[in-house]
Design a protein around this ligand. Structure first.
Ligand code: ATR
Length: 286
């Protein structure tokens, strides 16, 4: 394992504000070390006012690529010269790649992260088999809708505290996405194949969305995008009802795989226990 960074090293990173709690540097640098790459992955915390200046300064490839996190994902997409379909549909980019000619390409690996997490923790689940219920209508929900639509979801139902925001999201995606009132939840749950919490409820240990998960079919999968704590109250209720669950940490770890490939040009080694490392950082038992 080499920890040498030469003058020819490939540099990648992550930018957000704040950034100091990001787990991405630990994950990517562990993969870099395992492959003995001449490379580094560093955190950046540009000020909110200077985000555009920061990104503009990277044009030309001084840095090969950066992950983008809260609160810059929408602004990152707007700055790019080209963007993947997924980033365009999600209306946000979590990855910017800098070409030598000065252009910027935007991508969104949160979508593959979501699908990868489901595949890992609920193997055999078929996105196309049944309607999907998403709780929340913010940026996280929008990204999930984009990924699930591209993966063949037959119908996505959005329920949100602010119905107008759910309606706005549904209108942006067309007929396979509908907004529904909380009062309709019993019916919406009855035939849902997948229920996702894309609200911030449950973050920091509070209660998750007030949804009776036992109303879902026994085969339904329940996912939480919140990963602090790892076993959210929402997921604990799903488990108590006997449903398979998918946690937000797995989504975070899975989005890092295509990101690493895009920046460093090779897939990360599966031998590195990044989940164990992340659990340690979160203070969770491994
Ligand atoms: P993100 O980019 O993480 O999705 P966001 O755009 O701020 O963040 O969206 C947060 C989501 O959590 C929204 O769906 C929000 O509901 P509103 O659209 O009604 O604001 C939801 N949310 C946050 N706090 C909530 C609460 N106390 N009860 C119900 N929903 C809540």
């Amino acid at each position: 394992m080499s920890s040498t960074i030469s003058g020819a090293a490939v540099v990648g990173g992550v930018c957000g504000q704040p950034i100091k709690h990001s787990m991405s540097p630990v994950i990517h640098n562990a993969w870099i070390a395992a492959a003995s790459l001449d490379a580094a992955y560093v955190p950046f915390a540009p000020t909110a006012e200077r985000f555009e200046t920061f990104v503009d300064g990277l044009r030309g490839g001084a840095v090969r690529g950066v992950n983008v996190t809260i609160p810059f994902k929408e602004r990152a997409l707007a700055l790019a010269d080209t963007a993947s379909d997924l980033a365009k549909m999600a209306g946000a980019a979590n990855l910017l790649l800098f070409a030598a000619d000065g252009s910027i390409h935007a991508d969104n690996t949160d979508g593959p992260g979501l699908l990868g997490a489901i595949e890992a923790q609920a193997p055999g689940f078929e996105v196309a088999a049944a309607p999907i219920l998403i709780l929340g209508a913010g940026g996280a929900a929008r990204g999930a809708v984009a990924a699930l639509l591209l993966a063949g979801a037959p119908q996505i139902r959005i329920v949100n505290r602010t119905l107008a925001r759910a309606q706005e999201l549904a209108d942006a995606f067309g007929e396979r996405v509908i907004a529904a009132d909380e009062a309709a939840l019993p019916d919406l749950l009855a035939d849902a194949g997948l229920v996702i919490n894309a609200t911030s409820l449950g973050l920091g240990g509070g209660e998750g969305p007030a949804v009776d998960l036992s109303l879902t079919p026994k085969t339904a999968v329940v996912m939480d995008m919140v990963y602090r704590p790892l076993r959210t109250e929402f997921l604990r209720r799903a488990q108590a009802a006997g449903r398979r669950t998918v946690d937000g940490l797995e989504m975070l770890l899975r989005q890092a795989i295509p990101t690493f490939e895009a920046i460093y040009g090779a897939p990360p080694s599966p031998a590195v226990d990044v989940r164990g490392m992340a659990l340690k950082l979160l203070g969770e038992p491994c």
